[in-house]
Ligand binder design. Structure first.
Ligand SMILES: Cc1cc2nc3c(=O)[nH]c(=O)nc-3n(C[C@H](O)[C@H](O)[C@H](O)COP(=O)(O)O)c2cc1C
Length: 217
């Protein structure tokens, strides 16, 4: 399948794996990059004692999501129901049709959006992020990244003093730099590491992750 190849394109080849000479350089580089990037994501620690842990009782939390084929919507709605917090959809002004999301067609709308870094699909609804301190931001992975409409959302939202918990679904890719890309677009807020779920993840696994965050309730 054409697209599958696209999102697996960045996986290391057997040749790369055998290339120990380069690995010696790449491994320290990965550590250096992780260290430099670590300041961009304030990760909530596992015992929940970090002061960044959102306090659900004394702060306002919302689950904000974009979904084209309902997988992310299911995850978002599960989180919203479990935490009893509002569920807010990012609605595209121009809905995505089946043809639009055909990743096998290099000229489909989503392929073109992916290829052009300046494209920002318009959002139909006004999302009052100002009313929330914590945003659980759910989106699918498209071409290894967050869909461009998330870029529109990030650029038009003030994340000052907010905690953002990115959650994504995909067929096989990891979250990659999807959340770091969004954080870089805004430069604001406390972003924790993105959590990626398989498209057909069970509600129990989603709840298990939410519990692992030890959000103060
Ligand atoms: C345009 C497009 C691009 C996609 N790119 C990827 C990808 O790079 N990696 C991957 O694992 N899945 C990819 N997928 C699959 C979706 O990430 C997956 O089906 C996701 O759960 C869809 O969420 P949704 O139903 O909320 O839209 C892509 C799907 C579409 C429509």
């Amino acid at each position: 399948m054409g697209f599958r190849c696209t999102w697996l394109a960045n996986s290391p080849s057997k040749k790369d794996i055998k290339n120990y000479g380069n690995e010696l350089i790449e491994v320290p580089l990965i550590f250096i990059c992780s260290f430099l990037c670590s300041g961009q994501n304030d990760v909530i620690d596992s015992n929940g004692s970090n002061s960044d842990v959102p306090d659900l009782e004394n702060s306002k939390t919302a689950v904000v999501y974009f979904s084209a084929t309902s997988n992310t919507m299911r995850v978002a709605s599960c989180i919203s129901t479990y935490l009893s917090v509002p569920l807010v959809e990012i609605v595209p002004k121009e809905k995505y049709t089946g043809d639009d999301i055909n990743y096998n067609d290099s000229n489909s709308r989503t392929s073109r959006e992916n290829a052009d870094s300046s494209i920002r699909p318009e959002i139909e609804n006004a999302i009052d992020a100002d009313g929330y301190d914590t945003i659980i931001l759910c989106y699918p992975i498209w071409f290894g990244k967050a869909p461009k409409i998330l870029w529109t959302f990030a650029e038009n939202t003030s994340f000052d003093n907010k905690t953002i918990i990115p959650v994504c679904t995909s067929a096989s890719s990891g979250a990659g730099s999807s959340a770091v890309d969004l954080h870089n677009l805004t430069g604001k807020g406390t972003w924790i590491d993105a959590k990626r779920f398989q498209s057909s993840v069970s509600d129990n696994s989603v709840i298990e992750y939410i519990d692992s965050l030890r959000l103060k309730k």
